[in-house]
Design a protein around this ligand. Structure first.
Ligand SMILES: C[S@@+](CC[C@H](N)C(=O)[O-])C[C@H]1O[C@@H](n2cnc3c(N)ncnc32)[C@H](O)[C@@H]1O
Ligand SMILES: Nc1nc2[nH]cc(C(=O)O)c2c(=O)[nH]1
Ligand code: SF4
Ligand SMILES: [Mg+2]
Length: 181
């Protein structure tokens, strides 16, 4: 049984896969307490893997995004194998502090200050920019490096930073711009 906060169908609003239809599985609970966190994830219902897969499969898309809270605290290879057996493509939104199952198809790591990363593979780094020194995150071996404004409040600062440091790209939380989940 796993603690599920919500399962919903929307478009990926952030990062490389922006605009892609996806089922979001939001796990409850996190090991960090980021001051800027935009997500209420404490409420939960307990679900079996069969129940999670069944609900995910009520939607027609292939992409499933595991998020939270911190999904790395809740998932294992039993769940990823079951999602793959159901034909799904598995993406994850993680703060990077947990070891993950090896077979996740797309890892988006959003590192937080003062933490130690335990990931063996990162496809996309996506840092919430709050004026911190983000230069160490450019060295992370990922295909894509995104900076994301914090709650859309400092977009001009992020644009200015990226123009000075063009290895970065802008990630907007587009779901908030168009008012979808
Ligand atoms: C709610 S977190 C859940 C996954 C995981 N705990 C993490 O932090 O990556 C999902 C994404 O939203 C980002 N995020 C959280 N609060 C935000 C905010 N106020 N503005 C912009 N992005 C935010 C996180 O950095 C992460 O990339
Ligand atoms: N549309 C949409 N895209 C997202 N990408 C990452 C999200 C998250 O909360 O992890 C999120 C979310 O909550 N909604
Ligand atoms: S790690 Fe992610 S879910 Fe946890 S508090 Fe930070 S932004 Fe929120
Ligand atoms: Mg969100």
């Amino acid at each position: 049984m796993r603690k599920i906060n919500e399962i919903f169908y929307s478009l990926q609003g952030e990062g490389f896969h922006t605009g892609t239809p996806a089922v979001f599985v939001r796990f409850s609970g996190c090991n960090l307490k980021c001051s800027f966190c935009d997500t209420q994830h404490e409420e939960f219902r307990m679900m079996t893997d069969d129940e999670i897969i069944a609900e995910v499969c009520t939607y027609p898309c292939q992409m499933v995004i595991l998020t939270g809270g911190e999904p790395g605290l809740s998932i294992d290879s039993q769940l990823t194998k079951a999602l793959h057996a159901a034909g799904k493509y598995i993406a994850i939104e993680t703060n990077g502090t947990c070891v993950l199952p090896e077979d996740i198809d797309w890892v988006t790591c959003s590192p937080k200050e003062g933490t130690t990363l335990k990931l063996h593979h990162i496809d996309e780094v996506k840092v919430v920019y709050v004026g911190q020194d983000v230069s160490p995150y450019l060295k992370l071996p990922a295909k894509h490096h995104f900076l994301q404004p914090c709650s859309g409040q400092n977009t001009n600062d992020v644009i200015a930073y990226i123009k000075e440091h063009p290895q970065w790209r802008l990630s907007l939380q587009t779901h908030k711009l168009i008012d979808i989940p």
